[in-house]
Each structure stands twice: as C-alpha cells, then as structure tokens.
Design a binder for this molecule. Sequence first.
Ligand code: SF4
Ligand code: SF4
Length: 203
Amino acid sequence: MTDKNKKPMRRDYQAIFEKAYDLMDETIIAGNCGECCGYHCCRRIDDNGKRLGMYLLPLEYEYMQCEVVTNYDLHSQKHYTMPPKIKKLYYIYCHLTHGCLRDYRPIQCRTYPFEPHLENGAFSLVIEKEQLHDCLLIEHRSAWRQAFIDGVYNGWLELMKIPIISYYVEYFSKERIAANNMMIRYPSNGYDHPIKENITNLP
Ligand code: SF4
Ligand code: SF4
C-alpha cells in the first residue's frame, strides 16, 4: 500500500472508533450503577492486592487513547499469550490521580458485562459464566436500559468493520465456546456478519 492510500484508511478507522465510542456511551441502568456495588469493575487492585487493569482492543490505543492514557504496559506476543496475528496489546490502568476519564473510557468498560461473540459468522453479545467482577446487575437484567443494549450491539457491529478486530473477537469466541463459558446470549440466534470476508483480508 502506498502512503497515499494509507491516509483514507486511517480516517475510516478513526471514524469507526469514534462512532463506536458514541454508540456505546449509554449507562447500563438509569443512574450510576457504581453506587450500588462500590465501583467493583473499576477497582485498581483486587482482594489480594494485585494491580488491575484492562486490555485495549487492537488499534484502540493508536486511534482513541494515545493522547489520554498515561499509565499502561505494552504486552508483546513474545511474552504474553495472545491471538497469533496480534503482535502487541496495550494493558492500561485507570488514571491514578483523576479517576475515570469518563469520556475516554475504553471499549472494555463500555461493553461490560457483555462480551462480543462470533460463531459461524453470526454475531451476538454474551454474558460469560466466569466473571472477574461479579456484576450484581447480571441478576437484574430487567432493569437494563434498551439504549445500553442497542448501543453496545451496534457499537460492536461498527468495530468489526476493522478486520483485526473481527479476528480478535472471533479468536476469543472460539476460546469461550471451547470452555463452554456462556451464560446468556443476545440475541439468541445471532446476526449474520460478513466475518469471513473481513478476516480473509488480514495480512
Ligand atoms: S460491577 Fe456492574 S454494577 Fe458495579 S460498576 Fe461495574 S457494571 Fe456497574
Ligand atoms: S476507565 Fe473508568 S469505567 Fe473503566 S475501569 Fe477505569 S474507572 Fe472504571
């Protein structure tokens, strides 16, 4: 690809990330759910004192977080287990002095407790059986705002227009299927997604 061709692609990916952040900017319930649980999924250390962080999606640092995030580790394929076609992932920690940079919180914070799932080319959102945070709202799904569900769902459909993200989602979906780690799937029959075409285009 020539330099001339790179610029439109960068703009396209930027627009996709910005649209996804916007679609996924809905609260899960009316009000601040963190007040019910002491901000459990925003803890900076776990019960054993281990520092907690979260992985950004491939390209999320480059397109959305590089001017915001100050505290991160760069994990490489050489030292960490990650999908074979991904060479590095950014593992970030919440801002130590300013707390949550809410307008810039990453996709992983916006989508939780849903995870994106691709199975036989069909897309759905799932809630996993194995939960690091034990979100109490999983038992109270009738209180979830439809705008949150729709926003997360449509945000992922945007993000999966980026081939490396489709690949990433499919990789972890296969692990989830192998581990039988699905409690709830929404919608139950999935949505046909042109994943094969996307992944075939990967370098
Ligand atoms: S664990 Fe659930 S209820 Fe608590 S802050 Fe996270 S999403 Fe909200
Ligand atoms: S970025 Fe914000 S929403 Fe995400 S885990 Fe940190 S404090 Fe919570």
